[in-house]
Design a protein around this ligand. Structure first.
Ligand code: BG6
Length: 454
């Protein structure tokens, strides 16, 4: 078995984390441009300055050997107000970027929306406002019209589940009674975009891009097992069941009702969800999760960067079998294998991994970055992905996070993920020059050997 000949070895970025040029060439503001960033971390105004240096970056991606590059389009660069007047310079930027990628034989994989809602739409109620469904459809139509002849792979919404569960970390939003109504609008918007894509671009492929990691029970105590079932349903399956089957997961629905969240499903909505069929499932994987009976007394939750806690349903548990990253994320390569099998078993659609990687405090020493810890992390994950492929799981691509250093969602620039070091840090923008890390040469070898030489 092993990886198919045309396996998409790739790497990812997102517009608001890498581009900079936040207000240039007609771009409107996004929620990321106005959010209050955590103390000590930089804003998103300059980032890695990819907007001005994309040619240099794409050349480096080609030297890296990438078969594909996943990036997102900033909605507010195309439509500064979120709808209405199109910004030609925004279209030009992405057209140029795509042409540059194709020049080097790199397949573009486009995320339509990655956490950066146009601020003008947020002011109109954001995802709570039902009109957003048609705004997103209008935006999707523009993307398909302008880039559809060159882009074959489309991803709708990045990590919708994380935006719903950890909105305060991602876009400065707060979870409120309307959060599952927001989610419902996102599901409808995504469904409409998938239907439209199939109509306008019959040869293109489109799918969701969620963050999926299996949730383990702390023990075989049925209370822990039930906690993990609920957490899996609420964190993972709610989104994939709605996207792939057009139904609401029953356990998640019970939770939504019990917690008195607003969920107004209009006549015809479920038919729209059912009519939309993804061609594949894209998912981001960083770690598995472990939960226990929510009434249990044990408590080490401060050891984790991000906690899953729902009174009456589940509570995070620190898994003693797993290591930690410097940023309090647990590392679980075997969990990657389990997650690949679980998703494939449930939905039987081709899979592409759209993010996987290690955030670390890299050190630049004598012009070099020896990031062997990143190589180890990626190697272990790729080995388990290979095992899943050997077992018959249909995986057609793998994108690391990230192609190049960029700003983390809530932990600044000093938390680095890239194969390419960008010479700046949290406090000082410096010269933003690009330096290949050791992992750059290693990933190149992996790609050249189609995953044989690791
Ligand atoms: C995913 C996001 O959640 O994880 C990315 O899609 C993000 O935008 C990545 O950067 C890593 O998370 P963080 O919080 O370390 O930036």
């Amino acid at each position: 078995m092993s990886f198919k000949k045309d396996f998409l070895w790739a790497a990812s970025t997102s517009a608001y984390q890498v581009e900079g040029a936040y207000n240039e060439d007609g771009k409107g503001l996004s929620v990321q441009d106005v959010k209050k960033v955590p103390e000590g971390t930089p804003d998103f105004k300059v980032c890695s300055d990819h907007y001005h240096r994309y040619k240099e970056d794409v050349k480096l991606f080609s030297e890296l050997g990438l078969k594909a590059y996943r990036f997102s389009i900033a909605w507010s660069r195309i439509l500064p107000n979120g709808f209405g007047k199109i910004n030609q310079k925004g279209l030009d930027f992405y057209n140029n970027l795509i042409d540059e990628l194709l020049k080097y034989g790199i397949e573009p994989i486009v995320t339509m929306y990655h956490f950066d809602l146009p601020y003008e739409l947020e002011k109109k109620g954001g995802w709570e406002n039902p009109e957003i469904v048609s705004y997103f459809e209008e935006y999707a139509k523009i993307l398909f019209e302008h880039f559809g002849d060159k882009v074959k792979y489309w991803l709708t919404i990045n990590e919708q589940n994380v935006m719903i569960i950890h909105s305060e970390q991602i876009d400065g939003g707060k979870s409120n009674k309307m959060v599952y109504q927001k989610n419902h609008h996102m599901l409808l918007a995504q469904a409409k975009a998938m239907i439209l894509c199939h109509k306008m671009l019959p040869k293109a492929k489109i799918g969701p891009a969620l963050n999926v990691g299996v949730v383990y029970p702390k023990s075989c105590n049925p209370k822990d097992v039930l906690a993990s079932q609920y957490c899996n349903a609420i964190r993972n399956w709610l989104y994939l069941d709605a996207t792939c089957f057009g139904v609401y997961n029953n356990m998640a629905l019970k939770y939504i009702h019990d917690k008195n969240y607003v969920l107004d499903i209009k006549k015809g909505d479920m038919e729209i969800l059912k009519a939309a069929k993804p061609d594949f499932i894209a998912f981001n994987y960083y770690n598995s999760f472990t939960v226990e009976d929510p009434d249990a007394k044990s408590d080490k939750l401060k050891d984790l960067d991000s906690v899953l806690l729902e009174k009456g349903y589940y509570k995070s548990y620190v898994n003693e079998y797993l290591k930690f990253t410097e940023f309090k994320w647990q590392v679980d390569p075997l969990g990657f294998y389990i997650t690949l099998n679980e998703i494939y078993g449930r939905y039987r659609l081709p899979l592409i991994v759209t993010e996987n990687g290690l955030g670390a405090y890299d050190k630049l020493e004598d012009g070099k970055v020896h990031d062997d810890y990143r190589i180890d992390y990626l190697r272990e994950h790729i080995e388990y992905m290979k095992k899943a492929v050997d077992d018959g799981v249909d995986v057609f691509g793998y994108c690391t996070w990230s192609a190049i250093d960029l700003i983390s969602t809530h932990q600044g620039f000093d938390k680095r993920y890239g194969f390419i070091y960008v010479n700046r840090d949290n406090k000082d923008i410096k010269d933003l020059s690009r330096i290949k890390k050791d992992s750059f040469y290693w990933y190149n070898k992996v790609i050249q050997s189609n995953g044989e030489d690791m």
